[in-house]
Design a protein around this ligand. Structure first.
Ligand SMILES: [Mg+2]
Length: 152
């Protein structure tokens, strides 16, 4: 799955623009979800520029690197527009009902994850390019072929 995860108040305690104290097990759980369950983690934060770099550096020092940062995939550049990330799951301290402990988050994601999820399948078959709508004329041609192929 694609999991979008917030930083301030989620990975560390809220102290923006400073970096707050670590929230217990946040980084450990995220690394497990990434390396053992093979989910793709997207950092989804309001932080930009130096403040973003500080957050990334903070995570990297603990061995956590993200698939993508404020973008749906590494090559995308949304700039600074606050667009929503297309994730299967969001982990954010602003969740309705608040954010559970990270041990609970881990179990929720693990028990809810589809056993068929395969990161390589996702990246090769289900990426943004294959989700793009085909050209209208191609779709029309395919529809025509289907009609012709039918016997009445
Ligand atoms: Mg937050």
């Amino acid at each position: 799955m694609i999991i979008a995860v917030d930083f301030d108040g989620t990975i560390v305690e809220h102290a923006y623009p400073k970096i707050g104290k670590p929230i217990p097990f946040a980084i450990e759980v995220l690394k497990k979800l990434q390396h053992e369950e093979h989910h793709l983690l997207v950092l989804w934060t309001v932080r930009e520029d130096d403040l973003l770099e500080e957050a990334l550096e903070y995570c990297k020092r603990s061995g956590l690197e993200f698939y993508s940062v404020n973008n749906n995939y590494p090559e995308e550049n949304q700039g600074v527009e606050p667009r929503k990330i297309n994730a299967d799951l969001y982990i954010d301290d602003k969740n309705i009902g608040g954010i559970p402990d990270w041990g609970v988050i881990y179990n929720m994601v693990k028990s809810g994850s589809n056993g068929d999820w395969d990161v390589n399948d996702y990246l090769s078959n289900n990426n943004y390019l294959s989700k793009k709508k085909k050209n209208f004329l191609i779709r029309l041609g395919e529809a025509w072929d289907q009609v012709k192929g039918r016997s009445y």
